[in-house]
Design a protein around this ligand. Structure first.
Ligand code: PLP
Length: 391
């Protein structure tokens, strides 16, 4: 199929929910994807932070295809050995206590929201159900996670939204204190706002949120759907802030390209969601779990993590030498670039033309390269970016 044919079919048969770049990708290896004509694209996106081991990594392919030819799905009516293995690994990596496995970031966040409300209901009864999220956050596309998302553009059309959210200005501790009324049962936030423009929270703000949550027995819930799975240089970003959250949600990179999400909670929440209170047909699917097991065994070693940090530094160094770069934000291999000319969208489109896949977030350029990208691939991509930035 030619690009035109591919585009015609999507135009004719699909809901037009996505603005897409002008490329149809059909295969990939490592950090390089290929379109239908054989043109090569260096990938600085990982499919929005998903393919943390790049395209068709040998170990990942073997884990997934072995599992596909062994057992592809059982319902959650039966025990699944892989679910326990993935959960054990997540508990070891987070120091938390229990895991619920699901299929996406929004689903992991839905679970966190239900957990917070039921914990509070069980202990304090009705009426204490407000969850504070942050202005400019992003938590997903379901009606409830849209309500949790602190951006007015997402609060249109689909009324009525789920009640019980209030929005605190990120890094404004006064605003947090003022909005932390007695009906608050949880604070839910990203430590680096991803879709909101690669905006890290300050240590002071995060510490204040943790203190207030402790003082008022509200849950500190961290959305690590984008920052998790070694993206920022630690397995989960919260450890770099030195905090102990009650709930952590994870998805995107967790399956390295297959849909899996996790809501991970601390000891005091272990028994809040009992039989019949929550569930999913696909959640914890054996193939997705086999993928997650492979990913978690690969990206969490000290050597791998220090390479992520080093590559992050390397990218930053190269970016700082480019024209049109005003500011570089983020941690590890989650990087946002404010351009002097405020032309991120045009640059991203031009990069695709020139063979580089790159993301935007608000008016920033955003890089989420595969965590195992080679320096050769990095140099190739950075040189395309430099050419486009300096045109
Ligand atoms: C992508 C994202 C989500 C939504 O994840 P989906 O898998 O698309 O449902 C939620 N929170 C954050 C921080 C994200 O980056």
């Amino acid at each position: 199929m030619t690009l035109e044919e591919v585009k015609n079919k999507e135009q004719k048969y699909m809901m037009h929910t996505y603005g897409r770049f002008d490329a149809a990708l059909v295969s990939g290896k490592g950090s390089v994807a290929y379109d239908e004509s054989g043109k090569e694209y260096v990938d600085f996106t990982s499919g929005i932070g998903v393919n943390c081991l790049g395209y068709c990594d040998d170990g990942w392919v073997k884990a997934v295809s072995d599992q596909a030819s062994t057992l592809q799905h059982i319902s959650n009516l039966y025990y699944s050995p892989l679910q326990g293995e993935v959960s054990e690994k997540l508990i070891g990596l987070t120091g938390l206590s229990k895991v619920f496995l699901c299929n996406s970031g929004a689903e992991a966040n839905e679970c966190a929201i239900k957990l917070a409300r039921k914990y509070s209901f069980d202990k304090y009864g009705k009426g204490r159900n407000k969850i504070l999220t942050l202005v400019n956050s992003f938590h997903g596309r379901t009606v409830t996670t849209l309500a949790a998302t602190g951006q007015d553009v997402f609060h249109d059309f689909f009324f009525p939204f789920t009640e019980g959210f209030d929005y605190v200005e990120a890094n404004n501790t006064e605003d947090l204190k003022n909005k932390f009324t007695d009906d608050v049962c949880a604070v839910f936030m990203e430590l680096i706002q991803g879709e909101g423009g690669v905006m890290p929270l300050t240590q002071e703000f995060v510490n204040t949120a943790e203190e207030l949550c402790k003082e008022k027995d509200a849950l500190l819930m961290i959305d690590e759907v984008q920052t998790g799975v070694s993206r920022t240089g630690s397995v989960y970003c919260f450890s770099q802030f030195g905090i102990s959250p009650d709930v952590v949600t994870s998805a995107k990179g967790l399956g390295g390209g297959l849909p899996i999400g996790a809501c991970i909670c601390g000891e005091k929440l272990s028994d809040v969601l009992g039989p019949g209170t929550h569930g999913t047909t696909f959640g914890g699917n054996p193939i997705a779990c086999a993928a997650a097991k492979e990913v978690l065994s690969r990206v969490t070693t000290p050597e791998f993590l220090s390479e992520v940090a080093q590559k992050g530094e390397y990218i930053r160094e190269k970016l700082s030498e480019m024209k049109n770069v005003r500011e570089i934000r983020g941690m590890g291999m989650m990087i946002g670039i404010v351009t002097e000319k405020d032309n991120a969208k045009q640059i991203a489109a031009k990069c695709v033309e020139n063979g580089l896949l790159i993301l935007t977030a608000k008016n920033l350029l955003r890089l989420l390269p595969p965590l195992n990208i080679t320096y050769d691939e990095l140099d190739k991509g950075l040189s395309i970016l430099k050419t486009v930035m300096e045109e």
